[in-house]
Design a binder for this molecule. Sequence first.
Ligand code: SF4
Ligand code: SF4
Length: 112
Amino acid sequence: MPYVVTENCIKCKYMDCVEVCPVDCFYEGENMLVIHPDECIDCGVCEPECPAAAIKPDTEENLDQWLKLNADMAQIWPNVTIKRDPPPDAKEWDGKPGKFEQFFSEAAGQGD
Ligand code: SF4
Ligand code: SF4
C-alpha cells in the first residue's frame, strides 16, 4: 500500500519529501521523483511535506498510470535522500496541466 508521486511533481521537484522519508525510498529522474513501491512503508509523513501536493496514497482513484510509473522508474533511477535547490522556474509550473505529455522524461536524475 505505498504512496505514489504524481504529475504535479514534474518540473517542480522541490524535494522536501526526501528529507522526511524514514526508509529513503525516493528515486530521482531528470525532472521528477518517484517512490519505490516495495520500499515505502506507507507511513504517510511525506504527503503533507510536498508543496506541490503531488504525493498521494495509492488508495485514491485513477492512479494506475502513476503506480506503474513509480514502480518502473524506481528500478532505473538513482536513490535520492538529500534535498537540493528546486529548479528556478518551479513555481511557474506548479499546477500546470498536461505536464506528463509535454515534459515527462525517462532520463535519470543526479541522485545523492
Ligand atoms: S516535494 Fe513533492 S514536488 Fe517536490 S520532489 Fe517531492 S514529490 Fe516532487
Ligand atoms: S509514505 Fe513514508 S515510507 Fe513511503 S515514501 Fe512517504 S515518507 Fe517514505
